[in-house]
Ligand binder design. Structure first.
Ligand code: HEC
Ligand code: HEC
Ligand code: HEC
Ligand code: HEC
Ligand code: HEC
Length: 346
């Protein structure tokens, strides 16, 4: 293979996809060393999920249950961060997906373009920040966990053929494939480094269009993915939507519908989807609630609420409580049956 072909091949894969930590080819600089000159960028990153990828309560709860190096390879991905984690933790590990994990390779700064007057020896690459680049961490299959020498299930050396997080692929297969991830996630903040997603209440509320109508004896709620460039929800396998309809005087008859994924063992060693009711780009899913089932008084408003849940357990049981919210409300409405429009024939 020629040297040129080798360089092209390396450029295709920016990330070891969880199988190894990232080696940037230089002693890693802390995000703090960038803050002096990139204050706005640093401030956004510090409160982004990238900046919080290691320390956030939701991740830490799951990691405490399954403390695999594999998790560290994406949530605090530098090899120096892994060394700190092995030594009991440290400030660099706490930076999660830090600046240099995305921006330094082979000891050089990497970006899409180099600004005039930049002090950095920047390697400008057109595919920096492309969907394939983001997929380096946002697209991977179920792992096969093997026993280590001491017989503990801690080693991840290979993947099954079934996606655990499928965001890059959903994007490529969807109607908005021509819009880069950055066109939604980086253009949403001044310095482009907040990367709002499921944890941003306003961003999330714009993702789904909710329409309710009365269809003979049932309330029909249609959820359309009008705002995202991939399924809703995407990302972490525990994410799901909960849609509820009820009347305040009859809470015991609350109707509920879930949109998410369920899993079963796969023949190749890990798991696979047994059910997937996430909503693809541009598509609509319906939930129906029979009026008679809802109870309450005839003129009483029917409340409809849609939530995104981050965790497998919306209401964590004792000992699994979280210091962070486990859900965000995407939509809420209350209308009397007669105030709802009739459904168009389908
Ligand atoms: C001494 C000031 C200074 C420090 C420290 C600094 N930068 Fe920069 N950087 C700049 C300037 C000036 C530019 C030119 C564009 C601009 O003004 O944002 C730039 C541009 C960049 C670019 C865009 C590519 C380019 O070369 O134009 C990236 C990416 C970048 N910096 C990352 C970082 C990271 C990551 C750190 C910390 C490890 C860092 N910088 C530390 C001053 C600095
Ligand atoms: C998840 C990966 C990721 C992380 C973490 C990250 N960046 Fe970036 N950075 C990008 C991408 C992608 C772009 C290109 C943005 C664009 O074209 O809109 C970029 C662009 C830049 C630029 C060029 C100017 C701009 O905003 O377009 C600078 C400067 C920069 N980053 C600095 C930093 C600093 C400093 C940090 C840490 C505080 C950081 N980045 C963390 C992915 C990242
Ligand atoms: C080095 C690995 C890595 C890279 C590269 C990366 N991400 Fe992430 N990203 C993560 C991790 C890990 C999280 C989740 C942190 C958490 O909440 O625990 C995350 C979270 C996010 C979120 C927030 C999700 C939410 O629910 O709020 C968005 C949006 C996002 N990333 C978009 C991108 C885009 C767009 C790119 C490409 C420019 C990118 N990421 C590149 C690892 C990465
Ligand atoms: C057309 C705009 C758009 C594009 C393109 C887009 N996203 Fe999103 N993304 C959204 C919206 C809106 C949400 C909030 C809805 C949600 O949480 O699913 C979101 C949520 C997310 C989340 C949080 C997971 C979740 O479902 O809660 C991640 C991670 C993410 N996007 C990553 C990416 C990556 C990686 C790409 C490119 C491969 C990308 N997005 C392309 C709009 C977009
Ligand atoms: C190949 C990269 C990769 C590996 C390995 C990985 N993750 Fe993640 N993880 C991500 C990305 C990317 C996201 C962001 C998607 C989202 O926000 O839904 C994420 C999100 C999460 C979330 C959701 C956090 C939130 O803010 O809601 C949890 C919890 C989590 N990961 C736990 C783990 C645990 C525990 C392990 C190891 C058993 C692990 N992850 C391994 C890439 C990875």
């Amino acid at each position: 293979m020629t040297a040129l072909a080798l360089v092209a091949l390396l450029a295709l894969d920016w990330f070891p996809r969880g199988l190894e930590p990232i080696d940037t080819g230089a002693a890693p600089a802390s995000a703090k060393t960038c803050a002096g000159c990139h204050a706005g960028t640093h401030a956004e990153w510090a409160r982004s999920r990238h900046g919080l990828a290691w320390t956030n309560a939701i991740f830490q709860r799951e990691y405490t249950d399954k403390p695999l190096d594999w998790c560290v390879h994406c949530h605090a991905p530098l090899k120096e961060q892994l060394a700190q984690v092995h030594a009991g933790g440290g400030p660099l590990a706490n930076e999660g997906v830090t600046c240099v994990a995305c921006h330094v390779r082979g000891g050089r700064m990497v970006a899409r373009t180099r600004a005039e007057g930049s002090p950095h020896d920047t390697d400008a690459r057109a595919d920096f920040g492309s969907p394939a680049y983001c997929g380096g961490c946002h697209q991977f299959n179920f792992p096969v966990v093997e026993d280590d020498a001491a017989g503990r299930p801690t080693l991840v050396r290979r993947y099954t053929a079934h996606p655990m997080q499928d965001t890059e692929h959903q994007h490529a297969a969807g109607a908005k494939a021509a819009q880069e991830c950055l066109s939604c996630h980086a253009r949403a903040s001044t310095a482009g480094h907040l990367f709002p997603g499921g944890h941003d209440a306003i961003f999330v509320a714009r993702a789904v269009t909710v329409r309710s109508c009365r269809d003979r004896h049932a309330l029909d709620v249609a959820l359309t993915n009008t705002g995202a460039g991939h399924n809703i929800p995407t990302g972490d396998l525990h994410r799901h939507l909960v849609l509820r309809a009820w009347r305040a005087s009859a809470p015991e008859r609350l109707g509920e519908a879930l949109f998410g994924r369920r899993f079963e063992p796969a023949a190749d060693g890990g798991k696979r989807d047994a059910l997937d009711t996430t909503i693809p780009v541009g598509e609509t899913r319906h939930a129906r609630f029979r009026l008679a089932d809802l109870g309450g008084a005839a003129r009483e408003p029917i409340r409809v609420e849609l939530r995104l849940v981050y965790t497998i357990d919306e209401f964590p049981f004792r000992g699994r409580e979280l210091a962070a919210p486990t859900t965000v409300t995407m939509f809420a409405d209350a209308r009397a049956w007669t105030a709802l429009p009739r459904c168009a024939p389908r």
